[in-house]
Design a protein around this ligand. Structure first.
Ligand SMILES: NC(=O)c1ccc[n+]([C@@H]2O[C@H](COP(=O)([O-])OP(=O)(O)OC[C@H]3O[C@@H](n4cnc5c(N)ncnc54)[C@H](OP(=O)(O)O)[C@@H]3O)[C@@H](O)[C@H]2O)c1
Length: 258
């Protein structure tokens, strides 16, 4: 698809991939609106990227999404692309006590967020001749990462949902893309430390992942697997038990409550 002269809404645009998407898509000549929960972070991005439009909105809150939808449709009626990027990832030992309302947080942000965004914006996207939805899943959608069990469930769910969505929209003007991103040097991963067995050397720069995503969309590539994500796809098919036993070594002392 053509990635110039579009109006694009990016959820979670204040850091990591979202910020890279915003700056690169603006440079390509698109109008870009970003969201995030933190007003200060939105202001900081506006200073760095004066052309960006910012709206404070929490993707896990239905009332925020209704307000976001009203504002965007009113102020940016040309909106034709949605990037469901906002996400959170915690390390969680299931041996610890957890508040029942909080334990599902990644499901609410990473899975229910994109599902509700699509449902809310679908009637509008159908009115456009050239429209797209990109959902940012993860290599972890292909293989569970035991130290982040709720995140793993959210991304596997998002991948399944995106595959079903693509089929349901096949006779429409809306392209459905999935970015199956590998691990990256964004703040999301700050909580994972070398001493726990995590290798930061394997992480890919967010700029490169977003370049691959943009190129993939321009080439109408429905599923985009940058860098190690391609290898993860192959390994998850050929040796799923090996893969999960290896990833289960990362953060072992935290996970097993020792
Ligand atoms: N980094 C990786 O290794 C990696 C790998 C595969 C997939 N991914 C996925 O890529 C996406 C972006 O990750 P990232 O690494 O760029 O993360 P990041 O650097 O932590 O940035 C996350 C962004 O999402 C926003 N956000 C978080 N919760 C939100 C909510 N409830 N409503 C609205 N905005 C929210 C944050 O802003 P506020 O905090 O201000 O809300 C921030 O702008 C996520 O879906 C993540 O799961 C990341």
């Amino acid at each position: 698809m053509n990635l110039t002269n579009n109006t694009i809404l990016v959820t979670g645009g204040t850091g990591g991939f979202g910020f890279e998407f915003a700056s690169k898509l603006i440079a390509l000549g698109n109008t870009v609106i970003i969201t995030g929960r933190n007003a200060q972070k939105l202001q900081d991005v506006k200073q760095k990227l004066p052309a960006v439009h910012t709206l404070q909105s929490d993707v896990s809150k239905i009332e925020d999404m209704i307000t976001l939808h009203e504002k965007v449709i009113r102020e940016f009626p040309d909106l034709n692309i949605i990037l469901n990027n906002a996400g959170e990832m915690r390390k969680i030992s299931l041996h610890h006590q957890h508040d029942l309302a909080d334990i599902t947080r990644e499901i609410e942000i990473n899975l229910m967020g994109p599902i509700r965004m699509v449902q809310q914006f679908l009637p509008h996207l159908k009115t456009k001749t050239n429209a797209a939805i990109l959902n940012v899943s993860s290599g972890i959608a292909l293989m569970a990462f035991p130290i982040s069990p709720i995140y793993s469930a959210s991304k596997a769910g998002l991948r399944a949902y995106t595959q079903a969505l693509r089929v349901q929209l096949k006779n429409t003007n809306i392209n459905v893309f999935e970015l199956i991103a590998p691990g990256s040097t964004t703040p999301l991963n700050d909580k994972f430390k070398e001493e726990d067995g995590f290798s930061t050397s394997a992480l890919m720069a967010p700029e490169k992942i977003v370049d691959a995503a943009i190129k993939g969309m321009q080439n109408d590539q429905a599923e985009i697997f940058p860098g190690l994500a391609k290898l993860m796809q192959i390994l998850s098919r050929l040796a799923p038990n090996f893969v999960i036993s290896q990833s289960g070594k990362m953060g072992a002392s935290y996970m097993y409550g020792k």
